[in-house]
Ligand binder design. Structure first.
Ligand code: ADP
Ligand code: ZN
Length: 374
């Protein structure tokens, strides 16, 4: 068992993050040991529940918890205020009170929604997060963000509401579809470039090795390292007010623009992969990339994972034909535009990235041309 801690300001207790193979079958005891009690509402989607619902429920019941199970439809379409209202009402109908405990079991969608409901039901009840996708394990579940989408945009309503306990069982990744593995790996690559040169060397050393889930020891190392990077950055800027957290947006200014021009039809991880290539080209163009080889290395790592590296060729697979100008226009609405200039996270070398607010649109256009492909 590996235990990490995430410290939030003005909270006496740090958030414990437990990582261990087989943890799903021992979650009841883990909750008990963390001093958590109360009737449990276990929120999951139907796919995850079919794989892991019964095991988690059994473990909770064996530890003496009463369990109300709630299953949502899988997919991003579930992250709505309407669905939050459905959950509030189920909790109320089942008499879950302030002493209740809400557990989210699933990927980013389930955890964002369940966390938001926990933050707001009865002005806040205890929340426990059990991520089951790679993306959620290394990224979405760490950092206290919860929320839902509106028709006007993603994650427009939400709250910072860290869970009381985070349980990560890598065995759950065995059933994860290959596409979900790849998409999560895009965020692992991002974490390596932002803050773990050793992890970057491991990824670079043998790109094809990471295309599917590795052996358990390697997987535990990968998860621990990627999570540690995220913890370090979130602790510097827990409420995203000071700017340090912005480095987590490496590849995301481009990535979000790709997602937007596609009408959110492309997976987030693919968008981030193509976005990191463009960001690396931009870093070279702006003269901050100290290792010119990085561009080629990154392309090999992403290709080894089966992730896209050239945006035009990749978007064509989704029947999307767009231009650098359209992509730059899609960035304008992004919250990263402050004071009229786009802000970019640029790479200096693996482990060293910085936010730059002085990037001219023309350099962005050229970086896009350079990484278009086709
Ligand atoms: P994320 O935002 O983390 O990618 P989602 O909540 O959208 O997550 O989950 C992606 C998809 O993967 C959903 O259809 C979900 O039901 C499914 N899923 C999540 N975890 C697992 C798992 N461990 N095994 C199989 N399918 C899973
Ligand atoms: Zn992301």
């Amino acid at each position: 068992m590996i235990t990490l801690h995430l410290h939030f300001p003005e909270r006496t207790h740090a958030l414990p993050i437990l990582l261990a193979p087989g943890l799903l079958d021992r979650c009841g005891v883990a909750l008990q040991e963390a001093g958590l009690e109360g009737p449990v509402a276990l929120v999951s989607d139907t796919t995850v529940a079919a794989h892991y619902g019964a095991r988690v429920r059994r473990s909770l019941e064996e530890a003496g918890f009463s369990v109300l199970e709630i299953h949502l439809p899988p997919g991003e379409g579930t992250k709505t205020l309407d669905m939050a209202a459905v959950l509030y009402r189920r909790l109320a109908q089942d008499g879950i009170g302030r002493d209740g405990l809400l557990i989210g079991l699933g990927g980013g969608v389930v955890l964002d929604l369940a966390g938001f409901v926990a933050a707001t039901y009865m002005r806040g009840i205890a929340f426990v997060s059990i991520p089951t996708t790679l993306l959620a394990m290394v990224d979405a579940s760490i950092g206290g963000k919860t929320g839902v989408d509106l028709p006007e945009g993603k994650n427009l309503v939400g709250a910072f509401y860290p869970p009381r306990l985070l349980l990560i069982d890598p065995i759950a990744l065995h059933t994860l579809p290959a596409a979900e593995w790849r998409n999560g790996m895009a965020e692992v690559v991002k974490a390596a470039l932002i803050g773990d040169p050793t992890l970057w060397q491991k990824l670079r050393g043998d790109p094809a090795r990471w295309a599917a889930m590795p052996d358990m020891e390697t997987l535990m190392d990968l998860l621990t390292r990627a999570i540690a990077v995220k913890i370090r950055i979130v602790e510097q800027d827990p409420l995203e007010t000071q700017g340090e957290r912005e480095v987590l947006n490496l590849g995301h200014t481009f990535g979000h623009a790709f997602e937007r021009v596609s009408g959110y039809r492309v997976p987030h991880g693919e968008a981030v992969a193509a976005g990191m290539m463009a960001a690396t080209a931009l870093s070279a163009r702006q003269g901050c990339l100290e290792e010119p080889r990085l561009f080629q290395d990154l392309e090999e790592v992403l290709q080894g994972l089966g992730l896209p590296t050239r945006w035009r060729a990749w978007l064509a697979r989704y029947d999307i034909d767009t231009s650098p100008e359209d992509i730059i226009a899609a960035m304008d609405t992004d919250k990263k535009r402050r004071g009229g200039r786009l802000r970019f996270v640029l790479i200096h070398r693996p482990g060293v990235v910085r936010v730059h607010s002085d990037v001219p649109d023309e350099a962005v256009r050229q970086a896009l041309e350079e990484t278009a492909g086709l």
